[in-house]
Write a new protein. Sequence first.
Length: 489
Amino acid sequence: MSLLVVGLSHRSAPVSVLERAALAPEARAKLLQDTLAAEPATEAAVLATCNRIELYADVDKFHAGVAELSTLLAQHSGVGLEELTPYLYVHYEDRAVHHLFSVACGLDSMVVGEGQILGQIKDALALGQELHTAGRLLNDLFQQALRVGKRAHSETGIDRAGQSLVTFGLERLADGAPLGDWATGKRALVIGAGSMSSLAAATLARAGVAHVAVANRTLARAERLAEILTEPGARAAAAFTASAVEMAAVPDELALADVVVSCTGAMGVVLTAEAIRAALASRPAAPASPAATDGADRDRTDGSCPLDSSCGDAARADVRLALLDLAMPRDIDAAVHRLEGARLVDIESLAEASADAPMAADVDRVRAIVSDEVAAFGAAQRAAHITPTVVALRTMAADVVASEIARLDGRLPDLDDKQRAEITQTVRRVVDKLLHAPTVRVKELASTPGGAGYADALRELFDLDPQAVAAVSRADSQAGTHNTAREPA
């Protein structure tokens, strides 16, 4: 296995670098195509989320692969290689598998245990399949990562160790108040209609907001999300309503909203500080209270609370517009932090707040699951590596049997069909019995660390044609890619 991953995430790079390195959907497709065109790579997949960009590839040369993948990431992200390099991490072979499985379980997430990453891994696999850049290795790897992630969530309490980024962000906005109490009766604006925005809208609806307005560049998608939110099984309050609006109507909705959640794929700011200032100016200021004005609970003068402390009910009453930015790069101007009456929680502040989040005991169980699954995956891949050699050996043996039976026909032309069939079957049984033990044993040995060398030994001992082995490998790879291209995750 020659799996290589080169990437950067919230653990290795500041949010400002991640923000600049974010890949638009069309850039991801071009990155995959260019990676496959590069000499060291035969397969490629890219996992791009709001807090990580990782390029996976099957390479034939480690050092050349690292250099090529790093260069490609820099080229397509728009961040210079010299600037990007200090933040890149590299994992190879089993460590690369361990990394992806850990990511799939939420162990490497900004909020430990969040489940949104599974959908993003599924999307990464789908893109690789659509562009035919994911072959047998990456198909197997990403499919197994999805299964490992689901296993971790079903067999452990990893979900209790962390929450979805959406819920965590909304709870930061609530600043210590129960989410349901804080949200009840509020009017929300959700910008974007993708998976994260849809989750935010559904979470707000269940928490008790009175109305959610969905704004999206494609109005039809916003309308569909609004319909879903008001369906009988959506678990929203009885009086809950939802509507879809054009992006051009966002300023009007801002003037009405109490809560704004934004998560779009835009590469620039969607909500400027000036737009938020105008929205705040259009509504009456919250009444001042002695607790809010004496400064006892406040250590900032911008109208918002520090994320690492609770400012109390008085300070919460001071916030007239609560904003959650889940996009990378950011949708909401960071200058909003300085506006009186606004409270902004974004990816950067979530990273800071979650850094000291308590780890659940179940995390250790998930780590054990990951270790076991990595070992099993590695053994399966090593065993699969020798299969083409075993197939080529048995094909050669079958050819030898066929040749000898043909020669026998020439020497004993008077054999009847029954005699000929019996002799043929006897010779085949002899060959099968002679090959059975060594082929079974070599598969067992090949599944152990360092077992790849047994395939070479088998080819050498039986003088197998390397081209015959390669032909089996190509056919097996093509069949594997075809069979997994539409497997449900």
